[in-house]
Design a binder for this molecule. Structure first.
Ligand code: ADP
Ligand code: ADP
Length: 224
């Protein structure tokens, strides 16, 4: 899936409170690309991620997925599009505490009135090393295990692209490395595009294309 963002701009507030959170960002993401976006706190990373994934709409600019104009969709159509085509991984895992790991993983399908394919559930949970943990509640799992459950949930609907917002931000170094390792394996084995937001330069460097964002201005920094 090819994603093209042109002139994406997001302005919050007005008058003295006016903030240009994102300033005319241009970005193309080809099928199966792995890109990272790095920048300090308050630089516009979350704003960019929300716009690129259709969680929010810009003040100006356009976004297409395989030529389809995302912001021309109504809210219901856009949220259905996100559920089917886009996977999200957040810093805080965002698992439902009263559901088991397995129930959390298949929840997106149930919301779409679909049944899980057992072979795919097994493949995913094997890749993510979760086989023995599927009946555990999130509170019974380590941070690294919870994030791997969240990654399985992001993949269950077989999306084309995964957006990960500081996926290792809540983990110690070792669990963070494990989570990055599984994300990279998934990117290599499952033909997904992967967009990672991070302020960790070691993680940013794992990506094939690297971007920086400073005060809302996006630029590519990938060295040859
Ligand atoms: P980052 O993710 O890099 O920390 P954000 O995209 O969250 O940065 O924020 C970029 C800028 O936009 C910051 O100056 C922030 O204060 C401002 N901002 C973000 N969201 C809002 C909002 N809902 N209302 C007003 N200002 C906002
Ligand atoms: P991480 O570094 O992945 O966040 P933690 O420091 O949270 O890991 O946990 C370390 C170990 O303790 C893990 O192997 C995990 O299985 C176990 N563990 C963490 N929290 C719990 C819990 N609430 N119940 C049972 N085991 C736990």
């Amino acid at each position: 899936m090819n994603i093209t963002a042109k002139g994406l701009t997001k302005i919050y507030g007005s008058g003295e409170n006016r903030v240009v959170a994102l300033d005319k960002a241009d970005l193309q993401i080809a099928s199966k690309e792995f890109i990272s976006i790095m920048g300090p706190s308050g630089s516009g990373k979350s704003t960019l991620l929300h716009l690129l994934s259709g969680l929010d709409r810009p003040s100006s600019g356009s976004l297409t997925y395989d030529g389809r104009d995302i912001y021309s969709m109504g809210d219901r159509e856009l949220s259905a599009f996100r559920r089917r085509r886009i996977g999200f991984v957040f810093q805080q895992f965002n698992l439902l505490p009263v559901l088991t790991a397995r129930e959390n993983i298949i929840m997106p399908l149930l919301l779409d009135k679909k049944q899980p394919e057992e072979a795919y559930v097994k493949r995913l949970t094997d890749v993510l090393g979760l086989g023995g943990r599927l009946t555990h509640l999130p509170g019974e799992l380590s941070g690294g295990q919870q994030q791997r459950v969240a990654i399985a949930r992001a993949l269950i609907a077989q999306p084309d692209i995964i957006f990960a917002d500081e996926p290792t931000g809540n983990l110690d170094n070792r669990s963070g490395s494990e989570v990055m390792e599984v994300l990279k394996n998934i990117w290599e084995d499952m033909d997904k595009s992967l967009v990672i937001i991070t302020h960790d330069s070691r993680i940013a460097r794992m990506a094939k294309r690297q971007f920086h964002i400073t005060d809302g201005v996006l630029s590519e920094v990938t060295a040859g």
